[in-house]
Design a protein around this ligand. Structure first.
Ligand code: 5GP
Ligand code: ZN
Length: 141
């Protein structure tokens, strides 16, 4: 049984109702060129089923989808001549997610491409990391 949101642009792409430049099709995933690339060859990998965020996905399905990443990344490097790539996956509006259907960006990177993001590393006050660690292990075991 497939899960679909009738208003979702990526569901429509998965169903072939909106055209896309597909580069990979599997029973559970597809990948295509991003229409607004951060760099030439920027790809999107999506599950065929509609999930808004990663935490809503069944782990097995997420495994199937992400198992496509190595071959997609190799293809991006080969086609674009990139010397590296970012895999970016936004969840929720605050994170930058615009399309509310899980997707992975595969963004080719080259020296001097001008891409980047703020990475303002912080520092825990004494005891705070240990408190957080206790909270995490209470949930995750
Ligand atoms: P987000 O900000 O949600 O992580 O990224 C959504 C991405 O989807 C953007 O990079 C945007 O360019 C891409 N996108 C949105 N609509 C379409 C579309 O109709 N076709 C394709 N190929 N990409 C799209
Ligand atoms: Zn969708």
């Amino acid at each position: 049984m497939s899960i679909r949101d009738p208003n979702c642009v990526f569901c429509k792409i998965a169903a072939g109702e909106i055209p896309s430049l597909r580069v990979l099709d599997t029973p559970s995933a597809m990948a295509f060129l991003d229409i607004g690339p951060l760099a030439e060859g920027h790809l999107l990998l999506i599950p065929r089923n509609h999930y808004r965020t990663i935490d809503q996905m069944p782990p097995d399905e997420l495994t199937e989808v992400t198992s496509c990443l190595p071959s997609l990344a190799r293809a991006v490097v080969k086609v674009t001549g990139a010397t590296g790539y970012n895999i970016l996956q936004n969840n929720g509006r605050i994170s930058g997610q615009v399309v509310e259907h899980v997707h992975f960006h595969i963004i080719p990177r080259k020296e001097g491409d001008g891409l980047g993001y703020r990475w303002n590393a912080g520092k825990y006050p004494p005891g705070r990391a240990e408190t957080l660690h206790r909270e995490f292990t209470a949930i995750l075991g």
